[in-house]
Write a new protein. Structure first.
Length: 103
């Protein structure tokens, strides 16, 4: 991922859990400086057929991340109270030559 861009992360879950039964979802990305950035169920899109969770980030959100090797992980809670987590996925946050929000 490049800082200052608008990426969409698509997390494919290796589970048959019914995503429509989620009461909360937390997506956490830890950047190159080990700072955690968090989003909840209101910011994700769910595809129950393909077992994917999507997260779109704004230019400003990616500019707030420090370059380097980071990680992403999702925790989710069903309406029945069962809690799950994914394995951490390594991501690389790349710098750009010119920062700032382009408009």
């Amino acid at each position: 991922m490049y800082r200052g861009t608008t990426p969409t992360f698509l997390f494919e879950l290796d589970t048959a859990v019914d995503l429509s039964s989620m009461s909360q979802i937390w997506v956490t990305i830890r950047d190159g400086a080990r700072i955690k950035h968090n989003w909840d169920i209101t910011r994700v899109t769910l595809d129950n057929e393909h077992h994917t969770i999507g997260l779109w980030l704004s230019q400003q959100e990616t500019l707030e991340m420090h370059p380097g090797i980071g990680a992403a992980q999702i925790r989710f809670l069903t309406t029945g109270g069962s809690a799950f987590t994914t394995e951490r996925t390594q991501i690389y946050i790349s710098p750009t030559l010119r920062g700032g929000v382009i408009s």
